[in-house]
Design a protein around this ligand. Structure first.
Ligand code: S3P
Length: 434
């Protein structure tokens, strides 16, 4: 188990392209595998999570090959071409792989078992299994509704009209993937907008899908055709440097090719409300996904009440946004974010403990946190094996008065392989220890 020691006083200047978007990389493998013709994916995230998805599909007979480090070719087998996996599918730390694949595999004519690491095996799965069972799927979970998941084949799925009880792109996407195979029209209603990469990519692959207000509709029985996909840099990874550059002295950073899909850009809106200097430059589209370069300069941040409607649009960025709050003047209040309790770790508990360990005033609530900005001191914090807690606290360390040790930092590779090297190249002072 590695630790990361970060010294204060980073001066972040220069340019950076963070690795490819994790959500889009997962979906590119899944839809590429189901297409009738080959798909080329440029900028694929070679992180542990998306590599687990890739491995799962190669285990079901999908041939893939690397053109270079980040360019992947997938020989699609068609919607009806997957083979039974020879053994249980291991998905590591990836909730996205687990939820989306449960939807997809529920519709296959073979049985499958899905499991993961200690964290993934505590993640709630009834939110996916319950509506899939309404479609006719046969899914067995553990008694407390967690993985491992066992799926038995059924004669066919029927389409469903369903209102999501929680705003979750993973659940929406699982149901859309099952809906590809269902008899009739599947209609999903969202209580609030969530990331729409599945919808955009289905359209890119030539699958008709309608979005009207809060409803997404697709009819089962269609085909997908292989595509050339360019994956934008992951805004969730860029967020660490957006905050780092905002709180550092004399920073001026250009983050290139960042995905700025409006269902993902809550972090931009929240940081700007806090007074951050972020310019969106060179806005363009890569296929269906909007992309831009982000110039971030040092700013005196101030606390805010985070608007409730921005919460699902920044759901993965709260660890580092809470660091921004701890470095801002005044009070920041986050509410309506109970989902953070069931991510890769309990991110409310983990961040409250970690910020308090550095002397911050961070009061956890069932569905959020109240943070009063002030000076941070050095110390030791636990990442709880959660990639985003580890990276968020590395950013916090840059503004602390002494070195910060982050224990159990290996999982950073889940979403951001190369974080330490890229951060060091930009002026952050970090060292990994075994
Ligand atoms: C994801 C959706 C979000 C997010 C996760 C990735 C996706 O989860 O937290 O990291 O790729 O669909 P929920 O949809 O469950 O909130």
């Amino acid at each position: 188990m590695s630790s990361l020691v970060v010294d204060p006083g980073a001066r972040l200047r220069g340019e950076l392209r963070v690795p490819g978007d994790k959500s889009i990389s997962h979906r590119a493998v899944m839809l590429g595998a189901l297409a009738d013709s080959p798909t080329r994916v440029e900028g694929f995230l070679r992180g542990e999570d998306s590599l687990h998805t890739l491995q799962a599909f190669t285990g079901m007979g999908v041939q893939t090959r690397w053109e270079d480090d980040e360019t992947l070719h997938i020989d699609g087998v068609g919607v009806d071409g997957l083979c039974a996996p020879g053994s249980a599918i291991y998905l590591g730390n990836s909730g996205t792989a687990m939820r989306l694949m449960t939807g997809l595999l529920a519709a296959q004519p073979f049985a499958s078992d899905l499991g993961g690491d200690a964290s993934l095996n505590t993640r709630p799965m009834r939110r996916v299994a319950d509506p899939l069972r309404e479609m006719g799927a046969s899914i067995t979970l553990q008694g407390d509704g967690t993985p491992p998941v066992h799926i038995e084949p059924v004669a066919g799925l029927s389409a469903l009209r369903y209102r999501l009880p929680v705003a979750s792109a993973q659940v929406k996407s699982a149901l859309l993937l099952a809906g590809l195979y269902a008899d009739g029209e599947t209609v999903i209603e969202e209580p609030a907008p969530t990331r729409d990469h599945t919808e955009r990519m289905l359209r890119t692959f030539g699958y008709a899908i309608a979005t009207c207000g809060s409803e997404v509709t697709l009819r089962g029985g269609g085909r997908l055709s292989g595509q050339s996909i360019r994956v934008p840099a992951d805004i969730s990874s860029a967020a660490f440097f957006m905050v780092a550059a905002s709180i550092a002295e004399d920073a001026d950073l250009l983050l290139r090719d960042v995905g700025v899909n409006p269902t993902r850009d809550g972090v931009l809106s929240i940081l700007r409300l806090m007074g951050a200097h972020i310019e969106v430059l060179n806005a363009r589209h890569w296929g269906a996904e909007p992309v831009a370069d982000l110039r971030v300069r040092s700013a005196g941040l101030h606390g805010i009440d985070i608007p409730a409607e921005l919460v699902p649009l920044a759901i993965d960025e709260f660890p580092v946004l809470l660091v921004a709050a701890a470095c801002a003047s005044g009070v920041t209040r986050l509410r309506g974010a109970a989902e953070l309790r069931v991510k890769e770790s309990d991110r409310i508990g983990a961040m409250a403990d970690a910020l308090q360990a550095l002397g911050a005033s961070a009061e956890p609530h069932a569905d959020g946190m109240t943070v009063r900005g002030g000076p941070l001191r050095g110390g030791s914090v636990q990442s709880r094996g959660d990639h985003r807690i580890g990276m968020a606290m590395a950013v916090a360390a840059t503004a602390a008065s002494g070195p910060v040790t982050i224990t159990d930092s290996d999982n950073i590779a889940t979403s951001y392989p190369g974080f330490v090297a890229q951060a060091a190249a930009l002026g952050m002072r970090l060292q990994e220890t075994a």
